[in-house]
Design a protein around this ligand. Structure first.
Ligand code: 5GP
Length: 190
C-alpha cells in the first residue's frame, strides 16, 4: 500500500507569487501533489471559476460548514471568510498524495496545532516594494484593497518564525524545486 501523503501548508504575503509557484509545482509533479480548493465568501475575480480557484459560497453557507465541522480550518481575511474543506483533503492524503493548502497564516497556525507533522512553508517576495508592484500589476484590486493587503502583509511577517521553511521567491523554478526536495526528504523519513 502506498504511504499516506503529507499535508503541506503554503502561506505568504499576498502577491508573493504563491499561485504561480503552485501551478508550476503541479505541472511538474502532477502525480505527487493535490491542491486543495478552499471555500470563500469573497466575490470571484474576472476569470475565476466556481470549483476551480475556489468554491464561492454565501456567508450563511460558510457558517453552516463551520457548525457542521466540515472545515479543517478557517479564517477571516480582509473582510471575507476562507476555509479548507476537510473531507477531500483527508481522502487525498489517504491515497498517497501530498496535499497543498494555500492558506493564510491564521489557517497555517491552526493546522500546526491539529497536525504538528504538517510542513509549513512561508513564501516571501524579494522585497516589499516588489510585492506592491506585483499587486498593482495584477490589477484585480482597488488601491484601497491593495493598501489593506500590504498592511496585512506587514502583520503576517511577524509570524514567519512559526513556519518550518521560508522561501524567498525570486525564481519560480528554483522555489518550486526547493519545496519539492524538502517534501521528498520528509517523506523519505516517514
Ligand atoms: P485571495 O483573496 O487573494 O484569493 O486570498 C487571500 C488570502 O486567503 C491568501 O493569503 C490565501 O492564501 C488565503 N486563503 C485562501 N484559501 C484559504 C483557506 O481555505 N483558509 C485560509 N485560512 N486562508 C485561505
Amino acid at each position: 500500500m502506498s504511504k499516506k501523503g503529507s499535508l503541506i501548508v503554503v502561506s505568504g504575503l499576498s502577491g508573493a507569487g504563491k499561485g504561480t509557484m503552485m501551478n508550476r509545482l503541479l505541472e511538474k509533479y502532477p502525480e505527487d501533489y493535490a491542491l486543495s480548493i478552499s471555500a470563500t465568501t469573497r466575490d470571484p475575480r474576472p476569470g475565476e471559476v466556481h470549483g476551480k480557484e475556489y468554491f464561492f459560497i454565501t456567508r450563511d453557507e460558510f457558517e453552516k460548514m463551520i457548525v457542521e465541522g466540515k472545515l479543517l480550518e478557517h479564517a477571516h481575511y480582509v473582510g471575507n471568510y476562507y476555509g479548507t474543506p476537510r473531507e477531500w483533503v483527508e481522502s487525498q492524503m489517504e491515497s498517497g498524495k501530498n496535499v497543498i493548502l494555500e492558506i493564510d497564516i491564521q489557517g497555517g497556525l491552526q493546522i500546526k496545532e491539529i497536525m504538528p507533522e504538517a510542513m509549513l512553508f512561508f513564501i516571501l517576495p524579494p522585497s516589499m516594494e516588489e510585492l506592491r508592484r506585483r499587486l498593482e500589476h495584477r490589477g484585480t484590486e482597488t488601491p484601497e484593497q491593495i493598501q489593506k493587503r500590504l498592511d496585512r502583509a506587514e502583520e503576517e511577517k511577524k509570524f514567519i518564525d512559526k513556519y518550518n521553511y521560508v522561501i524567498i521567491n525570486e525564481d519560480v523554478e528554483k522555489s518550486v524545486d526547493l519545496l519539492h526536495n524538502n517534501v521528498l526528504a520528509k517523506n523519505e523519513l516517514k
